[in-house]
Ligand binder design. Structure first.
Ligand SMILES: NC(=O)c1ccc[n+]([C@@H]2O[C@H](COP(=O)([O-])OP(=O)(O)OC[C@H]3O[C@@H](n4cnc5c(N)ncnc54)[C@H](OP(=O)(O)O)[C@@H]3O)[C@@H](O)[C@H]2O)c1
Length: 317
């Protein structure tokens, strides 16, 4: 199938290149001999509207991938709602408007599966967007991300911009955030299992009942999907990026313990929030374009733990 847009030879600005997702995308672009433009937060704060406009108009990217965002787990989302809604709205608005004004040809905006309603039918198709109430613990982040999807759509509708949105499922992998105050479930479990193993603990605590179901995609697979979509997807609606399979948090915790080599027991703390009962993306749309995730969960967890051990000095803890 002929590509709708060829990234080869284009100047591709990856916003958020130091984050887990942005770093994976930058790595994959470089591996394919493509040019990734990046700028550190110390040189450009994406909350600074005038600064973002100036940088984009001076650096003239052809393509922009929006992997910059204020990101965190349930605890961070629930306790710092103002930061999550404000910073995400401002970052995406600054970037997308500046891209349009500088004539950027393609934008890939990254949302998240938490934009779908808490009780959306499973697996969640792209049509579930705005059909019901959101999960309250991360609604601030979700509202900002929905606004980002709508921004990309509005600029397409009014100005004909070829801007698209991709909705990844829960991600994990190289470069993840292992800070227990802000981390997602896999890095939290991995760090706890690692520390429990080192200190010879008999048991490890896991938040929630362990019964809710989640889907996890290795971040290198997401990077591959983003590059694929930039070249092969050009519709106004968002497109899901997932594996198409989920598992319980109990099964996940067991897989993480096995990757880490922690052999103690798991204690589930049901007083901690579980979040949405199930989160599984319907991946028919991206599958029909010919893209599929490649990395099995046990392989991805082993690669993540190997990286965690080899990069102790550089971890986000
Ligand atoms: N992680 C997941 O499970 C997941 C799942 C679905 C979707 N996503 C989406 O993927 C995207 C990236 O997530 P991630 O996990 O890679 O997050 P991350 O590791 O926290 O990376 C976020 C990046 O954004 C940058 N950033 C935030 N605020 C900024 C600001 N004011 N100015 C400049 N840079 C700023 C950060 O810069 P610093 O490095 O300087 O802090 C960092 O590089 C987000 O849109 C997220 O919604 C993630």
């Amino acid at each position: 199938m002929a590509k709708l847009y060829d990234l080869q030879g284009k100047r591709i600005f990856v916003a958020g290149h130091r984050g887990m997702v942005g770093a994976a995308i930058t790595r994959h672009l470089n591996q394919r001999g493509m040019e990734a433009l990046t700028v550190d937060r110390t040189e450009l704060d994406l909350l600074d509207q005038a600064g973002v406009k100036k940088w984009i108009s001076e650096n003239r990217p052809d393509v922009m991938i929006v992997a910059a965002a204020k990101v965190g787990g349930i605890l961070a989302n629930d306790t710092r709602p103002a930061e999550f809604i404000y910073e995400n709205l401002v970052i995406e608005t600054n970037l997308i408007d500046a891209a349009y004004r500088a004539g950027v040809e393609r934008v890939v905006f990254l949302g998240s599966s938490c934009i779908y309603p808490k009780f959306a039918a499973q697996p969640m198709s792209e049509d579930a967007l705005l059909t019901g109430p959101l999960e309250p613990t991360n609604e601030w982040y979700a509202i900002a991300k929905i606004a980002g999807v709508k921004l990309a759509q509005a600029y397409r509708q009014q100005y004909g911009c070829r801007y698209i949105s991709a909705m990844p499922t829960n991600l994990y992998g190289i470069g993840d955030n292992f800070n227990l105050q802000g981390a997602h479930v896999i890095p939290s479990l991995m760090r706890k299992a690692h520390e429990a193993k080192l200190s010879g603990q008999a048991a490890m605590e896991v938040w929630g009942t362990g019964t809710v179901r989640r889907e996890f995609l290795f971040v290198d697979d997401l990077a591959d999907a983003v590059i694929f979509l930039a070249e092969n997807y050009d519709e106004p609606g968002p497109i899901n990026v997932g594996v198409g399979e989920d598992l319980t948090i109990r099964d996940l915790a067991e897989l993480v313990c096995s990757a880490v080599g922690f052999t103690g027991t798991l204690e589930f703390d049901a007083s901690k929030p579980d979040g949405t009962p199930q989160k599984l993306l319907d991946v028919k749309k991206i599958s029909s374009l010919g893209w599929k995730a490649k990395t099995a969960l046990d392989i991805g967890l082993a690669a993540t733990y190997e990286w965690y051990l080899a990069n102790q000095g550089e971890l986000r803890l």
